[in-house]
Design a protein around this ligand. Structure first.
Ligand code: F6P
Length: 423
C-alpha cells in the first residue's frame, strides 16, 4: 500500500487547496494511505516530535462527526486547521494555543472529510514556507528520516520551479540519505530495504505562469481575474477624470500576467521582461502611442507594467518613473496603483479548481506507476490535455528562458517561456 504525502511550497496560489483535496481523494480511491505535510519543506524537515495524539487518545470533546471521521478515514486535521494552527512558524516554538493535536506534528495523516470543500478556499490551508534548511543536505537528510519514520514512500509537491527542482534533488539524493541513515543506525535494514525508492511528482502552483512545458500554472488564471477586476474598477476613475493610471502587476521575471491583463482588460501600453520596448530610449515610443490614442478620442490611459519589466538594456522599468514621464511629457494627471498581494489571494476561479483536480489525479497515477528508472514527473497541461513531463526538463527550460533574457535574445525567451498565446 503506497503511503502518499502532499505538500505546498513557495508562494501560495489559488488552487493549492484543490491540489491537496484532489491528491488525498484520488489517493484514497486508489487504495493509498494519505498524508499532508504542513508548512512546506520546512515541515518535512521538522517532522513529528510529538506522539500522534488523536489516534491513541479518545477525543476530549465528544463529537459524532469526529468519531465518524476517525472511524472511516483517520481524520484528525479539520478542527485544528480551523483553529489557526498555522501560526506555528511565527512563534518558532511549534506551540500554539489552537494547535491541540497538531502540536509538534508536521506530517499528518488525513482522510476524505478533512479536505471536503477545499477547492473553494484561497491560499493553502496546510501552510507553505520558503524553507532555507531544506536547501542544505543536512536538512534533506532529516526530511528523509522523517518520511521513513512515518513509512511514507511517495510525495506530491505543489509549488514553483524552485520548489520542484528541490523535489528532484531530494529524489536524486534519496539512496545516499537511506545509506547514511542506515549507517547511523537511525533506520533499520528493513526500513532501508522498504524505502529504496522515493516517488515524487510535481504540480506547478504559481500565479506567475512562468513554468515552461505547461500552458498554465495553478493560480495564474485566478490572479489574472483579480487584475481584470482591478483594471475594470480603475477604469471608472480614469475615464471620469480623464486620467492616466500605471498599474504594476506581479509575475516576478515573467510577463504573462501583464500581457494577458492587457488582452483581457485593455491597456494602452504594456511593459514585460520578455519583450522590452523596441525603441531606445523607450519613452518616445510610449508617449507617441499614448498621444495617438488621446488624439483619436480616448479619455483615459492605462499602462500595465510587470514587476520584472526591463528595457532593452536590461534595466528595470519602474511604475513611478513611467508616471513621471506621462506627467511631464504629456501633461497627464497620472496615478500609480501597485496591485500587490490582492492578486494572489481569494477564491479560486473555476479553472483553478478544474486544473488541480485533474492534475492531482494524474499525479497519483504517475506515482503508482513510478519505478527507480522513471524520471520524476511534472504534471502539466498542453492544448487541454493533462500531461506528464520530466520535471527536470521543464525546470531546465524555464531557467533557459531567464538566461535568454539576460543574453538579450528576446525572441528565444518568448518561445521558451512557452506560455503565451501564439497567433
Ligand atoms: O511567485 C509568486 C509571487 O507572487 C511573485 O509574483 C512575486 O514576485 C512574489 O511571489 C512575491 O513574494 P512574497 O509574497 O514573498 O513577497
Amino acid at each position: 500500500k503506497m503511503k502518499l504525502a502532499v505538500l505546498t511550497s513557495g508562494g501560495d496560489s489559488a488552487g493549492m487547496n484543490a491540489v491537496v483535496r484532489s491528491v488525498v481523494k484520488a489517493g484514497i480511491m486508489r487504495g493509498c494511505e494519505t498524508w499532508i505535510v504542513r508548512e512546506g519543506y520546512e515541515g518535512l524537515v521538522r517532522g513529528n516530535t510529538a506522539p500522534h495524539k488523536y489516534h491513541t487518545d479518545p477525543p476530549t470533546v465528544p463529537s459524532i462527526a469526529r468519531e465518524a471521521y476517525a472511524h472511516a478515514h483517520h481524520s484528525n486535521l479539520l478542527e485544528n486547521l480551523r483553529f489557526g494552527d498555522g501560526d506555528l512558524l511565527r512563534d518558532g516554538t511549534g506551540d500554539h494555543p489552537g494547535g491541540r493535536t497538531l502540536k509538534g506534528r508536521y506530517i499528518v495523516r488525513v482522510g476524505w472529510d478533512d479536505v471536503r470543500g477545499w477547492f473553494a478556499q484561497g491560499g493553502t490551508l496546510i501552510g507553505t514556507a520558503r524553507s532555507t534548511v531544506f536547501r542544505t543536505v543536512e536538512g534533506r537528510l532529516k526530511a528523509a528520516h522523517n518520511l521513513i519514520k512515518e513509512g511514507i514512500d511517495a510525495i506530491v509537491v505543489c509549488g514553483g520551479d524552485g520548489s520542484l527542482s528541490g523535489a528532484d534533488v531530494f529524489r536524486a539524493e534519496w539512496p545516499s540519505h537511506v545509506a547514511t541513515l542506515l549507517a547511523q543506525g537511525a533506520i533499520t535494514p528493513e526500513q532501508a530495504e522498504k524505502h529504496g525508492h522515493l516517488r515524487i511528482a510535481g504540480l506547478v502552483g504559481s500565479i506567475d505562469n512562468d513554468m515552461s512545458m505547461t500552458d498554465l500554472t495553478i493560480g495564474a488564471v485566478t490572479a489574472l481575474t483579480r487584475i481584470c477586476e482591478a483594471v475594470d474598477n480603475i477604469n471608472s476613475t480614469a475615464a471620469s477624470h480623464s486620467r492616466a493610471f500605471v498599474l504594476e502587476v506581479m509575475g516576478r521575471h515573467c510577463g504573462w500576467l501583464a500581457l494577458m491583463a492587457g488582452v483581457s482588460a485593455g491597456a494602452d501600453f504594456i511593459f514585460i521582461p520578455e519583450r522590452p520596448p523596441k525603441a531606445d530610449p523607450w519613452e518616445d515610443e510610449m508617449c507617441e502611442e499614448i498621444q495617438r490614442h488621446r488624439e483619436v478620442g480616448k479619455r483615459k490611459t492605462i499602462v500595465i507594467v510587470a514587476e520584472g519589466a526591463l528595457d532593452s538594456n536590461l534595466q528595470p522599468i519602474r511604475a513611478d518613473y513611467i508616471k513621471d514621464v506621462l506627467t511631464e511629457r504629456l501633461g497627464l494627471d497620472t496615478r500609480v496603483t501597485t496591485l500587490g498581494h490582492t492578486q494572489r489571494g481569494g477564491k479560486p476561479c473555476a479553472y483553478d479548481r478544474i486544473l488541480p483536480t485533474l492534475q492531482g489525479e494524474e499525479a497519483v497515477k504517475a506515482l503508482l506507476e513510478s519505478t527507480p528508472e522513471t524520471p520524476s514527473y511534472m504534471i502539466g497541461v498542453r492544448e487541454n490535455k493533462i500531461t506528464r513531463v520530466p520535471l527536470m526538463e521543464a525546470v531546465a527550460m524555464t531557467r533557459e528562458a531567464g538566461e535568454a533574457i539576460a543574453a538579450k535574445d528576446f525572441t528565444k525567451a518568448m518561445s521558451l517561456r512557452d506560455n503565451e498565446f501564439h497567433q
